[in-house]
Structure formats: C-alpha cells, structure tokens
Ligand binder design. Structure first.
Ligand SMILES: Cc1ncc(COP(=O)(O)O)c(C=O)c1O
Length: 459
C-alpha cells in the first residue's frame, strides 16, 4: 500500500502536534493541515474517526462452509476413520507448514497433551515453560502429573526469556514448552540451541501463531513437535480443532496413534499397541477447516499488507515501536496487531487510557503491560494439583515445598521489575482484513489521540 495521506484520513489538524512528537509528516499534508486545530476526541464528545461498525463478523463464512458441511453430512462418513476430509487436510497442512507430517486432533490442547505423552513425559517429570500463556499450555503438563517449571519472561516481549532457560534445567527436565503468543515468535533459535545441547525435546505451543516464521521457517516446525489450534478465536478455524506438526517418522506415528486410542497409525501392528485416547477431529470440523483455509490464505495476505504498513507508519511516531524481533527475518502474523508503547513519550498517558480513546474513535484496541491475566503460576488449579495424592506421591512434600518457593521468583512476570514499556494491542481480527482506507482510519485515530494528549490527560 502506498503511504498516501489524504485530508480526510490524516489528522485534520493533528500535524503540528505530531511534528512535536517527531512524526515525519507524510505526502499530501498541506501547511493548513499542519496548523488547523485538532479534532476533538470522540471520548470527549467529538466525532469518531469511524462511526460505522466493521462490516464482517468473525468467523467469516459464506456458501463454501455451507456446501462443505452439507457434503460431509450427506456422505454419512462423519468419523475420520471412514471419511477423507481429515486425512486430506493433514496432507495440505503439512505441505503448507513445511512439516514432515501433520496429525489433526480435536483441539490444540489435546495436540499438546498428545505430544508430551508421546515424548514420555509423566509423573515426577519437569517441563520448562512460561507463566505468560493461556492455561491450556499448563493443563497438559499437570494432567500428566508433571511439574510446570516456570521461567520468567522477557520484559520486551512477554515471551519466555530464553536466556534463563538453561539454569532451570535439572535431571528431571523432560521437555521445554515455549509459547508463540498471538503470532509473535519466541526466540526459538536460541531455545533450540539450548535444547539440542542438553538433548531435551522441545514442544512448540504455536496454537496462536499459525504461519508465523523465523528465518523463513514456520514456527511449530522447529521442535520435536509443534501444535496449532483451530479453535474459533484463532486465525484458521473450525470451531474446535488442532494439529501436531512433526518431522520424525516414529514420533509422528506415535502421535497419530495416540489421538486414535493407540491404534498403530502405520497399520503394521494389530490391536492397540500404543498408549492413547480418542482425540480425533470429526469430518465436519475438517470440512469447515478446508473451506476456511482458502479464506485464511487471503486473510493472511491482507494482515501482512496492512500490519506491515501500520508498523512502519505508526513506528514513525516517537514512543511507538514495533515489537522486538529476535531474528530480523521474523514474520509476525498480525492476528492481533500490536505496537510497543512508551508512556513517557506520550505525556505519561497510560496505554490503557490511550486504547480507551482509540476505542471511542471506533478502533478496537486494548492497552497495558504485556501480561496474560496474572500468570498461570497464580491460577488455583496449580495448588489443587500440588495437593493431590498423585503429585505428593510423585514429587514428595519437600520437593513440592521448594517448588512453591520457586514460584515467587518470577520478577518480571509479577511486575517486581518496573516495566518501562507497555503495549497497544488490536482487540479484533477484523480491522486488518478490510480496505486500505480502513487501515488508514487506524492511523488517523492514532494520530488524533496523539494530538489530544493534554485533553486526554485531564479528561
Ligand atoms: C497459547 C495456547 N495454547 C493452547 C491453546 C489450546 O488450544 P485449544 O483451545 O484448541 O484446545 C490455546 C487456545 O486458546 C492457546 O491460546
């Protein structure tokens, strides 16, 4: 998209304020534009940048999903063991991801659980992970009677701090489970190098990050396995659903067998030779997924175009910066577009207040520190597990006491180190899927709020 600025879209009078904030005025701004009084914030009674709601509702569907569902219904093969939708999509997805194999399951959670189980994680083991994630990442560890060993987060990104992983490794560590949140990859290259050195398998939780890449390689394909979620709020969806990506033939066989009650996926051994459960995806889910995949490819392209444009354009304003990339050749997916926000550059207006003003302009953003709820280490489920007979038997009381103490050492996660940066995060998948003009509305709203910081502060 060409970074053009029209009178309507850019600022109408915010130029002077932006010049003070070191934005480079862009093409099309006239002297009059730069001196006109800023428009009043919608939060304070002014006219919003967008008064119309976005035209699409997530998930986006059309006749393709209807036809796919009806075809699956009429086939009378609703279970994947007799149908073809699940197994066909496994091939499509593995090829798209550059993985040796994709095993579909009924969710990202079960994909993660199957991965850990097939790597032999069990009672008394430790799995190194992050406290800053959705609880599913942790449930799959504790449900195997293993301990989630939490490593603190990088204050710049909220991702697991790879520098701290090595010191968390013990003789009981059986896996490392990093999480690529919201389409933003962790420092996976560093994590793989530590894991390889210690010969510990990595299971990547890429549930929120399908099509994110590092160095030209998709996240989810670095570790022994990588897991993707197709749950409704992700970017490629089938209501519920998941995938295990795997390139080792034997591990792939185990995972495919695990989700199918332990039947040998290779068909060489009869009966139920392997551990497992029923985590199969239905043909209905796979039919929707296949139809959605076409849309996802278009959506992904739109998010790249508009996300990069926003990153570049808003990044010209001092105080906004793109999220840190651990490798310069990193592809974010912008499923949840985000900018770093330095309150000092914005007259100490907190990110949450800035986001509130954006929302009033019709632009859905949230703001605050980069923390997922209060952190999984604080959730009640953990104490329940630690107090259970299984955990006490597997770890012993002394080890569990030491473990509880270790939970107090997450300085960054618990906000014990003051966070300089905050972030602004788009609270919808829809805005970046619209027209170029709609993306310009976002720029306009940001610029309008920047131009009204004094009014916002005293509101
Ligand atoms: C980081 C993360 N891990 C795992 C999951 C679990 O995926 P699912 O809901 O498909 O079971 C999710 C889903 O929200 C997630 O966000």
């Amino acid at each position: 998209m060409k970074p053009t600025v029209t009178r309507r879209t850019f600022i109408r009078g915010t130029g002077a304020a932006l010049a003070g904030l070191a934005i480079t005025p862009r093409v099309g701004l006239s002297a009059a534009d730069l001196t006109r009084k800023p428009d009043k914030l919608a939060l304070l009674g002014g006219t919003p940048v967008r008064s119309q709601p976005y035209s699409s509702t997530w998930p986006i569907i059309d006749k393709a999903e209807e036809d796919a569902l009806l075809t699956a219904l009429k086939s009378r093969n609703w279970c994947c063991l007799r149908g073809h939708c699940v197994y066909d999509f496994e091939k499509t997805f593995a090829a798209a991801m550059g993985a040796g194999r994709a095993v579909l399951s009924n969710g990202g959670t079960t994909a993660l659980g199957a991965s850990l189980a097939c790597l032999g994680v069990g009672a008394g083991d430790e799995v190194i992970t992050t406290p800053n994630t959705f609880i599913a990442t942790i449930n799959v560890i504790t449900n195997l009677h293993a301990l989630p060993v939490y490593v603190d987060i990088d204050p710049d990104t909220g991702s697991i701090d790879a520098e701290l992983i090595e010191e968390a490794i013990t003789e009981n560590t059986r896996a490392i489970l990093p999480v690529h949140l919201a389409g933003f990859p962790v420092d996976i290259e560093k994590i793989m190098s530590i894991a390889n050195q210690h010969r510990i398998p990595v299971v990547e939780d890429a549930c929120q990050s399908v099509f994110a890449e590092v160095g030209g390689k998709k996240v989810g394909t670095f570790g022994a396995t990588g897991c993707i979620s197709f749950q409704e709020w992700k970017s490629l969806v089938s209501g519920e659903g998941g995938a295990i990506l795997c390139s080792d033939d034997e591990l792939g066989r185990r995972c495919a067998s695990f989700v199918n009650n332990g039947r040998d996926a290779k068909g060489e051994i009869g009966g139920y030779p392997f551990p497992g459960s029923n985590h199969r995806m239905t043909e209905f889910q796979a039919a929707i997924l296949t139809a959605q995949y076409e849309k996802f490819l278009r959506h992904d392209a739109a998010r790249q175009k508009h996300g990069r444009y926003l990153e570049e354009t808003l990044g010209k304003i001092t105080g906004f910066s793109p999220r840190k990339r651990y490798n310069p050749n990193t592809r974010f997916t912008y499923v949840q577009f985000e900018m770093d926000y330095d309150p000092e550059a914005f007259k100490d207006v907190p990110a949450a207040t800035f986001a509130k003003a954006l929302r009033a302009e019709g632009i859905p953003f949230n703001g605050g520190p980069r923390i997922y709820r209060g952190g999984c280490h604080k959730e009640g489920m953990l104490e329940e597990h630690l107090n259970s007979r299984g955990f006490v038997k597997a770890f012993g009381k002394a080890r569990l006491k030491a473990y509880r103490e270790s939970l107090k050492k997450l300085q960054v996660m618990d906000g014990l180190v003051p966070a300089k940066k905050q972030f602004l995060s788009m609270d919808s998948k829809i805005p970046l899927l619209g027209s170029d003009r709609e993306t310009e509305d976002i720029v306009t709203a940001f610029a309008k709020v920047v131009a009204n910081l004094d009014a916002l502060r005293s509101a």
